[in-house]
Write a protein that binds this ligand. Structure first.
Ligand SMILES: Nc1ncnc2c1ncn2[C@@H]1O[C@H](COP(=O)(O)OP(=O)(O)O)[C@@H](O)[C@H]1O
Ligand SMILES: [Mg+2]
Length: 237
């Protein structure tokens, strides 16, 4: 039995509606990632955005679901230590997580939570002050390296790049970055700067995911909560 059985999780559309266009988009993203590099499979993926609230954690979890549906063993790690939300979206506890493991207060078995078939999650755990130091630690890097033997895909839910450099640091030990971008939220200059930051640290941007785009109500009509597009603003006459 998993930790989230029988819970209604509002952001996990790919669990509940496999034919929804949003789920199809997550599958397309999965395909793009899988065929991005034939020589060395992409295993560790860093998911970030320019600012908070653009859809990183939602993308991360739905991507985990569609990968798991191909029988891939997936590990989701919440590394957004400032505003952790993975546990909230899954409605699981965050008492033991990655900070506790690396501080020696917990074992791997204490922190790895199976949430769905083929998906394990590690939440952030006890709050710490020195986020960047933690993210940069060799201990974290070594742990992720070790997990590569146990999982086919490791998804790292990171803080936004615009605020702190943590996501850039994480990108050094990931095989690539997915940039989540809320439609109409950031100006072109910001996005070019973010892309430039990743180029600077020689991290491969695997793709850009545009969220909350307004395709018109009809497109989303059979999924009538969270994924409703934003209402169009009427032009004043
Ligand atoms: N593709 C999407 N379409 C519409 N709403 C979305 C999408 N992705 C996320 N959201 C919504 O946006 C809000 C922020 O998403 P979240 O994944 O928590 O952002 P982040 O992790 O970047 O802070 C949530 O209310 C979520 O339901
Ligand atoms: Mg988040």
């Amino acid at each position: 039995m998993t930790n989230v059985e029988n819970k209604m999780l509002k952001d996990l559309i790919s669990i509940y509606d496999s034919s929804n266009p949003a789920t199809e988009a997550y599958r397309a993203l999965r395909t793009n990632i899988m065929y991005k590099n034939f020589d060395a499979p992409i295993k560790v993926i860093n998911i970030t955005s320019a600012t908070q609230g653009e859809g990183k954690s939602t993308t991360c979890l739905n991507l985990a679901v569609v990968f798991s549906q191909l029988n891939k063993k997936v590990l989701v790690m919440d590394l957004d230590l400032r505003i952790p939300t993975i546990h909230k979206k899954l409605r699981i506890r965050n008492t033991m997580g990655i900070t506790d493991l690396l501080n020696g207060r917990a074992t791997v078995d204490n922190v790895v939570k199976p949430v769905f078939k083929n998906i394990d999650v590690i939440t952030t755990g006890t709050k710490i002050i020195y986020h960047s130091e933690f993210i940069q630690s060799t201990a974290l890097m070594n742990f992720i390296e070790r997990m590569k033997d146990e999982y086919d895909i490791i998804l790292l839910d990171c803080p936004p790049v615009g605020i702190v450099t943590d996501a850039l640091i994480v990108s050094k030990y990931s095989d690539g970055t997915i940039l989540v971008c809320e439609s109409d939220k950031n100006d072109k200059k910001t996005l070019i700067r973010v892309k430039y930051q990743f180029d600077e640290v020689e991290s491969k941007v695997l793709g850009v995911v545009i969220t909350k785009a307004d395709f018109g109500k009809k497109y989303y009509s059979h999924y009538n909560y969270q994924y409703q597009p934003k209402a169009r603003k009427r032009k004043k006459k």
